[in-house]
Design a protein around this ligand. Structure first.
Ligand code: URA
Length: 441
């Protein structure tokens, strides 16, 4: 790494005036942020300059690389097999990782997955896994490697040593209006993924009301930028663009999503959730050399679910990470809410479901206590939504729209109001839009 030294203000002025930064300047910035040599006020000034002026693809690749090298880059070379991960930009009811990791491992690729916690209306994989009594997500890199070698999939939280520059920069972006910036999002996500020691990566870039990116054009630009950064790093990356207008599957929350994921591994998953899971896992198998093409991948995945190998992998991973694997056969061992509140259509609820607003459903989960407004908040794993009706389904007055899992009546009433606002009806079946809208590679 370069030892070049600069005045932070010179780098800020260069970007402020629309210049392209050199590799050395970018390295100085990333290292300076991690070490404190680049003061917070200077880092935020540069972030704002990047927000307005943007970055060339080359600058984004250098920023990603410099951020990745600001901390530990995990070396998985001693774990045999192709190491392939998946990252989703997040959405409501997105529990794909819980199904995909054991499924891909059962089909022959290694899945070293480092995930985040939920913040705001989208849930986090780590929080969902922690609904399983005993499940440990904060493992050492040595444990991570061992489980990956023995089981084929390990799902853990980011260790503090990995990409410290991102932890600092993300916190600054969060409070300075610089989160929604494609070069910065791209470098933030890709630096963390490339630090995991992966050989290749599949991305699920979501767009729509319930997603981080509301507009398809922005999601497409982010997907292209991330694929490009992967190419620059010598790691094949494929990105799927998927719609997030309604929650994925019929459950949202923590325990409810764990149960739905286990149901998927038992071959009883809802259509939309399985469509996204098969598509993403399929590309992982192709990138990892475990399938020739999408048809071959699909046949292998269906076989692994039908004969129970994917479920066995989940059981093994759960046990290896300290979780009580008996939950797989007995859901009552998972945290259970005190009440179930059935939300039924009123007299106006006739015809077809025309909308199930994912953002409002996410807010309903937050209202129940199942979300996190600040990183320090505790989540209630037991609360959530199940049996959620889907867009296009016929409905009659009195039909079940969803079940709320509630631990507090006042919170339950707020959540009921939100899900009622989320669900709309039409006399005619709504036009269906494809869930998977593009593949970028
Ligand atoms: N997720 C990340 O990890 N980083 C971003 O900048 C945005 C979403």
């Amino acid at each position: 790494m370069s030892a070049a030294s600069y005045f932070p203000q010179d780098i800020i002025i260069k970007k402020r005036d629309g210049g392209a930064l050199t590799r050395d300047e970018i390295q100085f910035f990333a290292r300076g942020v991690a070490s404190g040599q680049f003061a917070d006020y200077q880092a935020t000034a540069l972030l704002m300059a990047i927000f307005w002026r943007g970055m060339t693809p080359q600058e984004v690749a250098w920023l990603t690389d410099a951020m990745m090298r600001s901390g530990e880059v995990i070396d998985l070379n001693d774990v045999p097999g192709a190491k392939v991960d998946k990252h989703s930009t997040g959405g409501v009811g997105d529990k794909v990782s819980l199904i995909l990791a054991p499924l891909a491992a059962a089909c022959g690729v290694k899945v070293p997955m480092m995930s985040g916690r939920g913040l705001g209306h989208t849930g986090g994989t780590l929080d969902k896994l922690e609904s399983i009594p005993g499940f440990r997500v904060m493992l050492s890199v040595t444990e991570f490697r061992d489980i990956l070698r023995k089981v084929g999939a390990a799902m853990i939280g980011q260790t503090p040593q990995v990409v410290p520059a991102d932890r600092k920069l993300y916190a600054l972006r969060d409070v300075t209006g610089t989160v929604e910036c494609i070069p910065l999002i791209c470098a933030s996500i890709m630096s963390k993924k490339l630090a995991e020691g992966i050989d290749s990566l599949v991305l699920d870039v979501k767009f729509g009301q319930g997603a981080f990116m509301k507009r398809k054009e922005d999601a497409l630009a982010l997907a292209r930028a991330m694929v490009e950064v992967g190419r620059a790093a010598g790691k094949p990356v494929r990105a799927l663009l998927t719609a997030m207008d309604q929650p994925l599957g019929r459950c949202a929350g923590h325990t409810t999503e764990v149960i739905e994921s286990i149901e998927c591994l038992k071959g009883r998953g809802p259509r939309d959730l399985m469509e996204v899971t098969y598509a993403l896992t399929g590309h992982m198998l192709i990138l990892g050399g475990a399938a020739r093409d999408e048809a071959d991948a699909r046949a292998k995945m269906e076989a692994a679910i039908a004969d129970g190998r994917a479920l066995t992998k989940f059981r093994e991973m759960c046990a290896a990470q300290g979780g009580d694997a008996r939950v797989i056969d007995d859901y009552s061992l998972l945290p259970t809410a005190q009440k179930r509140l059935e939300i039924r259509a009123g007299a106006d609820g006739a015809g077809f479901v025309s909308a199930v607003d994912a953002l409002k459903c996410g807010h309903a989960i937050m209202a129940l206590g199942g979300g996190r407004a600040a990183v320090t908040d505790k989540v209630d794993h037991a609360v959530g939504i199940s049996d959620l009706i889907k867009i296009g389904e016929p409905v009659k007055p009195g039909a079940l729209l969803c079940t709320l899992h509630v631990n507090d009546d006042t919170k339950g009433a707020k959540a009921e109001a939100l899900v009622r606002e989320a669900i709309a009806f039409s006399a005619q079946p709504p036009k269906s839009t494809p869930l998977i809208q593009d593949l970028i590679q």
